[in-house]
Design a protein around this ligand. Structure first.
Ligand SMILES: Nc1ncnc2c1ncn2[C@@H]1O[C@H](COP(=O)(O)OP(=O)(O)OP(=O)(O)O)[C@@H](O)[C@H]1O
Length: 447
């Protein structure tokens, strides 16, 4: 019997993998090997191809038999001529957290690290059509959007490793038949029958009643994958017209059809925060042209200001004043402040001796700022208004030399701190995180 790779048997050279669209460089293939029926069959079928194969096992440390399973996996892998690596997860889920989610996250991290450490850029998982159909149903029951309903991708690059599921469209029955025909031995995990887990309950209820639904549901997931890809393309086109890294034009957004507007807004938000779907709806319904409004979101807040939408990351409250040395040119990220100081050789600037002994802190309330040598100091609030600085960017950080204000994020250098012409000096500028990626070249620690 053919392996379930079927007609799409790959050659022995690295290259495109069957059903994965994954072009890989190395000739070492890693297989995520739980010891269950499916990954046992996948390891066997892969080893038969004559490539260098490495079985990766994750010991979750959750069940009594886990040591025996790891030992079984090592024996089976070696018997097939494959290498073997195992990681035991440490720690435990936080009280109230899902054990499944904790195990999945830890497993993914461990598999990725083991594949990288071994130099494998292709990691095969044994998910099949029934797994995909179950994922689709579970997501649908949660009211998921396109990304959730699309189920698992066939292949996906993550940090130098292609995670591929070559059997995603193969029926479960075919894999079982292959394993039985080859006389393979596998582990039956008793937790697969545990009715506390939603997937098991669904499995027990749906497949006996609708045995033919596996193919239809998996096909539905494929349609959704196409629709999701299309929605991403439309969003990218819309955002190219409507948005910069910092600002989304709300007037133009509101002129789109409702479905297209929420599609574009979702895509823009995803670059800043994991916003719940309800926030997208609320924001579109509540925004009023010209109004200054804010919506809290995970990790920060969204602000409507002068008909643009902005993101600001949460600045931790009560940051203690901190000494900083900015006396050399470079980019100095300020963790927690949502940006970085850029120090450049330019005039007018601040004396380098002074830049070596700065203290950074949040705005207090009574500070004064002087924009230019010929102007007069005025309250920071007034200065911010004049500079068109939106309200959520008026908290700092501020840099002081003793009592003298040297610079404030968004306002720039205070003219009272300018160096005289013949003094060694550097200029200071604040860059928000959203403006940073292009400038990653010159990083310094500000510690
Ligand atoms: N402990 C583990 N170690 C390594 N890989 C794993 C582990 N658990 C799951 N995987 C990988 O993820 C895929 C899907 O996981 P799932 O929990 O559905 O499988 P399983 O029931 O444990 O075993 P199988 O899919 O082999 O029958 C597996 O086929 C396997 O490739």
């Amino acid at each position: 019997m053919n392996s379930p790779f079927g007609l799409f048997m790959p050659g022995k050279r690295p290259g495109r993998w069957p059903g994965t669209d994954c072009s890989v460089e190395t000739d070492l293939v890693a297989v995520a090997f739980s010891g269950g029926l499916d990954s046992t069959a996948l390891l066997h079928a892969t080893a038969r191809l004559g490539m260098r194969v490495l079985a990766l096992h994750v010991h979750h440390g959750l069940q009594q038999q886990a040591d025996d399973w790891a030992a079984h996996c090592e024996r089976e892998a070696r018997a097939l001529g494959a290498g073997f690596a195992c990681t035991r997860l440490t720690g435990a889920p936080a009280p109230g957290d899902s054990v499944e989610a904790w195990a999945r996250e830890g497993r993914h991290r461990a598999l990725h690290q083991m594949a990288r450490a071994a130099g494998a850029d292709l990691l095969l998982l044994a998910h099949h059509r029934q797994d995909q159909a179950e994922t689709f149903l579970l997501q649908a029951m949660r009211g998921a959007g396109l990304a959730g309903l699309a189920g698992m991708p066939r292949a996906q690059w993550r940090d130098g490793v292609c995670w591929a599921r070559p059997w995603l469209d193969r029926p479960r029955a075919l894999i079982r038949a292959y394993a039985e025909q080859q006389g393979l031995r596998w582990i039956e995990d008793p937790s697969n029958g545990d009715g506390r887990f939603a997937r098991n309950r669904l499995r027990q209820a749906v497949w006996p009643a609708f045995p033919a639904a596996e193919a239809g549901l998996a096909q539905a997931a494929r349609w959704v994958q196409q629709a999701d890809a299309l929605a991403a393309e439309v969003a990218a086109e819309d955002l190219a017209r409507l948005a910069s890294a910092e600002r989304l034009d709300l007037t133009q957004l509101a002129a789109l059809s409702p479905a297209r507007a929420s599609n574009a807004l979702r895509a823009w938000l995803a670059t800043h925060t994991a916003a719940p779907a309800s926030l997208v709806e609320r924001l579109l319904a509540q925004w009023r042209p010209g109004a200054t409004q804010s919506w809290p979101a995970p990790g920060g807040a969204l602000h409507a200001y002068r008909d643009g939408l902005y993101w600001s990351a949460q600045v931790p409250q009560g940051q203690a004043p901190m000494p900083v040395d900015l006396s050399r040119p470079g980019l100095y990220p300020q963790p927690g402040w949502g940006g970085a100081w850029l120090v450049e050789a330019a005039a007018p600037g601040i004396a380098t001796a002074r830049l070596a002994r700065l203290v950074q802190r949040a705005r207090g309330g009574a500070e004064q700022f002087q924009r230019a040598p010929a102007s007069v100091p005025r309250g920071v609030k007034k200065a911010c208004q004049e500079a068109g600085l939106p309200p959520w960017r008026r908290g700092g950080p501020l840099l002081f030399d003793g009592d003298l204000l040297v610079a404030m994020a968004g306002l720039g250098m205070d003219a009272r701190a300018f160096a005289s012409q013949d003094e060694p000096q550097l200029s200071l500028r604040w860059l928000d995180d959203s403006a940073l990626p292009q400038r990653e070249g010159a990083m310094h620690s500000a510690a």
